[in-house]
Design a protein around this ligand. Structure first.
Ligand SMILES: *Cc1c(COP(=O)(O)O)cnc(C)c1O
Length: 398
């Protein structure tokens, strides 16, 4: 399968440890080979050499837009509708607040509909802004009633890998006059997203997962062009101002997506992202999605064939269109099992309370990695190797 894989050569665009099978690119993407030189350039050739002149001479101020445009191409966003800035959590706060303000003007109340599988940070943020209504993931569609102001969902469930039908949900929300905010944290870079095609209103996403922007990379925000002129950012900072260098004491929002920006761009972080995104050059998202479906499908098939059927419940949907690029296995000893696998060089992660999670970043995971990972999982289970006290001591980051 690797020999027939058109994406196989793309793995060369990454630096990966030789002795590791990395199945956690859904949590922290691998480092693209181009990044060290890009960091050296921005730090030594720009910052050290040009100092403050860099803002004009090196195009630093434009980075949120330049990086945003490149991300926009991966998520079906029209030009000038994506900015790279802040973290996913902060961006979600900005967009949810802005969406609710639009709905308040239309006297639609403040009910935010979400699902119980949403990422905790998203739930906390939503709860801090509006009146949260949480339903089961498979009850979302029927719960979109006329009293809902905003539907806020993460397309791919971080826990189970279950993927929502963006098109159907967006359509149902619009039919009752609700707005939709999509979180694409586990979507962008893993398969095609068609924001314009589904008519999405708003979206946020993460820079350090499948986009490989590095630890703590900036996230991104999308505002549909039709909403940009009336979107009100709750965090009114000078770089969301129409004329920041007028230093006016009154806030006047910038036109377009710029109003979603708050403060000074994180130049080093954005430079890393700008460079990291070149791994997507000349690669089709359809090819990426097809490989994602094959890697995850193969993993589930092999888990069923080669591990004790009692060991795991597969939580991830078997139908490719209904899942993201990860597979989640349930076992009450998931934590020590994941730790024992990491010691063998097979890196997945644990999500409380009982999920062993494996991400398959199609740009650098090989089919042979899937085979070898399942071999390791079967051995760890069959030998009882996981059952050692040292694997039960919890690290602060799981
Ligand atoms: C990874 C992730 C986040 C992370 O948010 P940060 O602000 O970058 O810490 C938020 N939401 C979802 C759904 C995620 O998967």
């Amino acid at each position: 399968m690797d020999r027939q894989d058109a994406l196989a050569p793309i793995r060369e665009r990454f630096r990966l440890p030789a002795d590791m099978i990395y199945l956690d690119g859904n949590s922290l993407g691998a480092m693209p080979q181009s990044v060290p030189d890009a960091v050296h350039e921005v730090v030594v050739d720009q910052w050290a050499a040009h100092l403050i002149k860099g803002w004009n001479d090196d195009g630093w101020m434009d980075l949120p837009h330049r990086v945003g445009s490149r991300i926009g191409e991966l998520i079906g966003a029209p030009p000038e509708s994506v900015a790279a800035c802040d973290s996913t959590s902060i961006n979600l706060f900005k967009l949810i607040s802005g969406a609710l303000r639009i709905q308040e003007e239309a006297s639609r109340g403040a009910v935010i509909l979400t699902d119980s599988g949403n990422f905790p940070s998203d739930l906390y943020i939503l709860d801090s802004v509006g009146e949260l209504r949480i339903v089961e993931p498979d009850e979302v569609l029927e719960s979109i009633t006329p009293d809902v102001a905003v539907v806020a969902l993460t397309e791919v469930d971080y826990g189970t890998g279950r993927r929502h039908n963006m098109h159907a949900i967006t359509e149902a929300a619009h039919a009752v006059g609700a707005l939709v905010v999509w979180d694409l944290a586990h979507s962008a870079g893993a398969f095609p997203v068609d924001l314009a095609g589904v008519g999405a209103d708003f979206a946020v996403g993460c820079g350090y997962k499948y986009l490989n922007g590095g630890p703590g990379a900036p996230g991104f925000v999308y505002i549909a062009p039709r909403h940009q002129s009336h979107f009100e950012n709750p965090l009114k900072g000078w770089l969301g101002h129409a004329q920041p260098f007028d230093f006016s004491s009154e806030f006047r929002p910038a036109p377009g997506i710029s109003r979603a920006i708050v403060g000074t761009p994180s130049v080093i972080g954005l430079t890393v992202m700008d460079s990291a995104l070149t791994v997507f050059d000349h690669v089709s998202l359809e090819q990426i999605a097809a490989k994602s479906a094959k890697l995850t499908g193969l993993f589930m098939d092999l888990i069923r064939q080669r591990t004790d059927p009692e060991a795991f419940e597969i939580l991830t949907p078997l139908i490719p269109e209904e899942r993201g690029s990860q597979v989640s296995l349930r076992n009450s000893n998931a934590y020590p099992i994941v730790r024992a696998l990491i010691e063998r060089g097979v890196v997945g992660d644990f999500r409380a309370p009982d999920i062993a999670r494996f991400g398959f970043a199609p740009l650098y995971v090989r089919y042979v990695d899937v085979w070898d990972a399942v071999t390791a999982i079967a051995e760890v289970i069959d030998s009882g190797e996981w059952n050692q006290p040292r694997f039960n001591q919890r690290f602060s980051v799981t």
